[in-house]
Design a protein around this ligand. Structure first.
Ligand SMILES: Cc1cc2nc3c(=O)[nH]c(=O)nc-3n(C[C@H](O)[C@H](O)[C@H](O)COP(=O)(O)OP(=O)(O)OC[C@H]3O[C@@H](n4cnc5c(N)ncnc54)[C@H](O)[C@@H]3O)c2cc1C
Ligand code: SF4
Ligand code: SF4
Length: 369
């Protein structure tokens, strides 16, 4: 007998599961294997704890953001906005392990040092492969998580575990937009008996995200070009390069993007958030007139909340981050790219569901794109 639970019928089976892990650890029925969310036993409940925070269950996104961000800060294209800057970690040792400028690692460390958070749920991988969610409580543990993985691990299962443990009371979370949306759903709508201790979430750091890739497919592709022990980094440069760049010890390999695009996860095609609109700070790769050789060592940061603004101010005062002004027209470019993802995401949702699917309660946000 097939399960009737909505998470299975509305999210998993239509191919909308982002693999975030927010459903896991709340009941024993859900797990994850190499980026694939699995229902271990048939479940006949029509609702359940598992679906409460899922970013692909219908959510009134407008109401959710108004709960956390003043209406006057919200830009339709990129969400809550208090400023944009280009930054990188001042410490070269942080930059050396990082994906771009090491801004995320430096900010998480600073947030820990200054008491904004007392631990952080991060993602650790091996040169971008086999990522896993981890709870980091020391600067060294935070640094070990530098770098991006384009495989998508169920990091929020680790958050659920850490919240339930109730040992840390201001947990920071770093995640892609689908994950940070789930985290705001947790904060807005804790379980009735509050046994997930959602009040223990301290701060949210979002990552810009174009798409994530099939777990096995990316591993096979990367290992056909590099040896697993030597692979240290992977990245997708701006679209004009049309490539995935793999870095091995003293060697870089450029893989044609045509080999990569078939690996994009179906759920990522139906995603409408590029800039992690639910976050205190959102961080992506920099874009400036200097070109990719310089930009790949920098980040662009969207400041979204008062807390994010306060942390960034401290980072400037203490010299933890170096700052540059964004290029002229940088915000407009960002808005355009973000709108592009919204348009293709809405089209993919329509193709999959015949309507606005999980976006339905937020239809007004997507009407005039
Ligand atoms: C799947 C994916 C797609 C992305 N697409 C884009 C894009 O299209 N455009 C763009 O500008 N930027 C994109 N990014 C963000 C970019 O790769 C960097 O994470 C960002 O620029 C921050 O760089 P940094 O040097 O400050 O990060 P670092 O200081 O190296 O810190 C990176 C942090 O990312 C976390 N992390 C790594 N992998 C994952 C993962 N799979 N899921 C959740 N958290 C993870 C780690 O916990 C770590 O704390 C993407 C990131 C991911 C994970
Ligand atoms: S909560 Fe995340 S992992 Fe679970 S079904 Fe929803 S999208 Fe998939
Ligand atoms: S594209 Fe969307 S669904 Fe896919 S990993 Fe990024 S934020 Fe999540």
């Amino acid at each position: 007998m097939l399960s009737t639970i909505a998470l299975d019928t509305q999210v998993l089976r239509p191919g909308l599961c982002t693999g975030c892990g927010a459903c896991q650890g709340l009941c024993p029925y859900w797990s994850s294997v190499e980026g694939r969310t699995v229902l271990l036993f048939d479940c006949e409940r029509l609702d359940g704890r598992c679906q409460r925070f899922c970013p692909r269950m219908p959510t009134d996104l407008d109401a959710l953001r108004r709960k956390f961000f003043p209406a006057e800060t919200i830009l339709p294209e990129i969400g809550p906005y208090r400023g944009l800057c280009l930054t990188r970690a001042a410490d070269p040792a942080v930059r050396a392990r990082a994906q771009h400028g090491g801004t995320v690692t430096a900010l998480v460390e600073l947030a820990m040092k200054e008491g904004f958070i007392d631990a952080a749920v991060l993602t650790r991988s091996h040169g971008g492969l086999d990522p896993e969610g981890v709870l980091a409580a020391t600067p060294e543990e935070v640094r070990q998580c530098g770098g991006s993985s384009f495989q998508i691990p169920p990091t929020l299962a680790e958050l659920n575990r850490a919240l339930k443990e109730d040992r840390y009371h201001k947990i920071g979370v770093v995640g892609t937009p689908c994950k940070t949306l789930a985290v705001y759903k947790m904060m807005a709508n804790p379980l009735p008996d509050n046994d997930n201790h959602a009040g223990n979430i301290g701060m949210v750091f979002g990552l810009f995200c174009g798409w994530g890739l099939d777990w096995e497919g990316l591993r096979d592709l990367a290992l056909s070009h590099c040896s697993q022990n030597m692979l240290s980094h992977m990245d997708i440069p701006p679209s004009k390069f049309h490539s995935l760049e793999l870095t091995e010890y003293r060697r870089s390999v450029s893989v044609d993007l045509d080999e990569v695009l078939p690996l994009v996860r179906p759920a990522c095609r139906a995603c409408t958030d590029m800039t992690a609109e639910f976050a205190d700070l959102s961080v992506g790769g920099a874009r400036s007139v200097d070109g990719w050789d310089v930009d790949k060592g920098w980040n662009q940061v969207i400041v979204r909340s008062e807390k994010g603004e306060a942390l960034l101010k401290l980072a400037r005062e203490q010299g933890v981050l170096e700052f540059r002004d964004p290029m002229e027209g940088g915000l407009e470019k960002l808005k355009k790219a973000s709108l592009g993802k919204k348009r293709t995401g809405v089209k993919a949702v329509r193709d999959l569901t015949g309507g606005l699917g999980y976006l339905e309660p937020s239809a007004a946000l997507f009407e005039d794109l």
